[in-house]
Design a protein around this ligand. Structure first.
Ligand SMILES: NC(=O)c1ccc[n+]([C@@H]2O[C@H](COP(=O)([O-])OP(=O)(O)OC[C@H]3O[C@@H](n4cnc5c(N)ncnc54)[C@H](O)[C@@H]3O)[C@@H](O)[C@H]2O)c1
Length: 527
């Protein structure tokens, strides 16, 4: 049977990325950046329903040139957050009545809006988050993918679940939206992550209050503009820029039913704790979707193809300056090939070009802000004291939030460098007696987001698949770059509560099931 969503909307396909090697494409990027620069700083208002309040309480800046202010944003006050919940409750009652297929069409319209402006959006990510072009373009494509994918998935979900039927009764189960959803997002995928959580909530008929990361309010504004331009009622999507307090106020509010959070582990755990408290007037047990940080390990067996492993490890560790939640942080290498791998990874890391995100020739851009720069430097100094630094790339620009990509080895097992998420361009290499010893380490970690394996023996691959607790395991390839629909993404253990963004069951977190059983043998009016 052909699915309704595919009949009407066509099959889902990932948005093709730009071919950056073509000179007309590159010229388009330059033009988009020049046009954007002439409009800076942008203004990001608090958007609650139809109301729009401008302000300059928060600034986002270019991490590569901190003097360049990218956006001036208003910060939502406690009373605006409260007012936004009331507006979203109204918005929810309206939006849930829109048929699923109509909602899906609106989301597909928002995807088209983003697609038409993809160069402008990528340029904004280059400036606001120092995303290199290739990463910025991939982020825009992923945002489009989330809209297209969840639009279709929500139509399929709307038809309900198949139940056992017996004579005399009719059973059905439908999925209803839960209500007001607070979306709290990080800066490292400044369009795709808020878009994924927001579009999943909207596709299933919830209303959304979006609290974006303080580092990337302008990217979030573009998402809200896309959704509203495509037909999401302003009451169903509000924008509440600000720092953590704005998110915390939404989490506590009795009128918020669902919290979709992506960010660091400490903040995620605090949200889970706060959401467990029931306030007067609250009608729901709040649901928290928590997608948190990792400490991602790549296992390299003695028979691995190092020509494949070395570039994949280097790009997984250092692309976007190691600021992807999926980035490689530790390599556990079989002692038989450890010297060769360490030498080659160190050699490759030394040649990495560090520079401004807009330069197509760079490998590693700056980190997001001065505090991140200080944090990574602190861990690098600790690695030098407790172990041995085998590579540090040179040529790092002096101003801007740049950190030299660093490779460390010989660290003691209890080193913080091995056990805490650093979220920057610092990779630790460790010798292990074999795959079994590597698995013992991986199985003992509280983090379980992504992981990798380089090995040739199918029996080794089977064993690592069976025992690795991570949400996303990548075999004989890099460990970043999950694609919507192809690699549903999300972690386990303290890295997340098991939801899979871009996967077939993600939307279940945004709905509540309702089963109805009707006696069809009743007496009385014949229908
Ligand atoms: N698992 C995933 O899919 C995934 C994806 C991307 C990023 N991450 C993780 O996100 C982190 C980087 O992002 P970040 O620095 O923006 O994270 P963060 O936790 O500092 O902030 C995330 C969001 O939470 C808000 N916030 C801060 N304190 C809050 C509070 N007490 N209550 C409610 N909201 C609060 C912030 O303002 C921001 O909007 C890394 O740990 C990374 O691994 C995970």
């Amino acid at each position: 049977m052909t699915r309704l969503d595919e009949t009407v909307l066509g099959p889902f396909a990932n948005e093709p990325v730009l071919e950056l090697r073509r000179s007309p494409v590159r010229a388009g990027l330059d033009e988009a950046l020049t046009a954007l620069d002439s409009r800076l700083p942008l203004n990001v208002p608090v958007l609650v329903g139809e109301s729009e309040r401008h302000g300059e309480e928060l600034a986002s800046f270019d991490p590569g040139s901190p003097d360049r202010v990218v956006a001036q944003a208003a910060v939502a006050s406690a009373s605006e957050a409260s007012e936004a919940v009331a507006v979203a409750e109204r918005g929810f009652r309206e939006w849930r009545e829109v048929p699923a297929l109509e909602r899906a069409r609106v989301l597909v319209g928002a995807a088209a809006w983003l697609r038409e402006r993809r160069l402008e959006l990528a340029a904004l990510e280059v400036r606001e988050c120092a995303k290199p072009w290739i990463e910025a373009d991939a982020d825009v494509c992923e945002a489009i993918d989330f809209l297209e994918y969840y639009a279709r998935a929500a139509v399929a979900l709307d038809s309900g679940a198949e139940l056992v039927q017996v004579p005399g009764e009719r059973n059905d189960m439908r999925y209803a939206p839960r209500g007001v959803t607070a979306v709290i997002s990080p800066w490292n995928f400044p369009l795709a992550i808020p878009c994924g959580m927001t579009s999943a909530a909207l596709a299933t008929g919830n209303s959304v209050l979006l609290k974006p990361a303080e580092q990337s309010p302008a990217c979030a504004l573009m998402l809200v503009r896309a959704l509203r331009a495509a037909g999401v009622p302003p009451t169903a999507i509000s924008l509440l820029p600000g720092e953590g307090e704005v998110g915390a106020a939404l989490v506590k509010h009795p009128g918020v039913q669902t919290i979709a959070f992506t960010g660091s582990q400490p903040v995620g755990l605090e949200i889970v704790r706060a959401a467990a408290e029931v306030s007067p007037g609250q009608l729901h047990i709040k649901r928290v979707i928590a997608e948190l940080g990792g400490k991602n390990c790549v296992i390299v067996d003695a028979d691995a193809d190092l020509d494949e492993a070395v570039p994949a490890i280097v790009s997984s560790a250092f692309a976007y300056a190691g600021q992807k939640c999926s980035a490689a942080a530790r390599v556990l290498v079989h002692e038989a090939i450890a010297d060769r791998l360490i030498e080659r990874v160190a050699g490759a890391a030394r040649t990495l070009v560090v520079g401004q995100a807009e330069q197509l020739s760079i490998d590693v851009p700056p980190v997001i802000e001065p505090s991140a720069q200080e944090r990574v430097e602190r861990y690098a100094a600790l690695a030098a004291r407790e172990g041995r630094i085998v590579a540090r790339a040179g040529g790092v620009p002096e101003s801007g939030c740049f950190v030299s990509p660093t490779v460390a080895t010989d660290l003691p097992p209890d080193s913080k460098v091995l056990n805490e998420e650093i979220f920057g361009p610092l990779l630790a290499l460790e010798r292990v007696a074999g795959v079994e010893a590597a698995l013992e380490i991986v199985e003992g970690l509280p983090f379980a987001l992504t992981g990798g394996l380089f090995a040739r023996d199918p029996a080794t691959v089977r064993e690592v698949r069976r025992r690795t607790p991570v949400g996303n395991l990548y075999v004989n390839r890099g460990i970043t770059g999950a694609k919507v629909g192809r690699q549903p993404f999300g972690g386990n253990r303290l890295s997340g509560n098991g939801t899979k963004a871009g996967g077939p069951d993600y939307l279940h977190s945004f709905v509540e099931p309702r089963a109805v059983s009707e006696n069809t043998m009743r007496h009385g009016l014949v229908v």
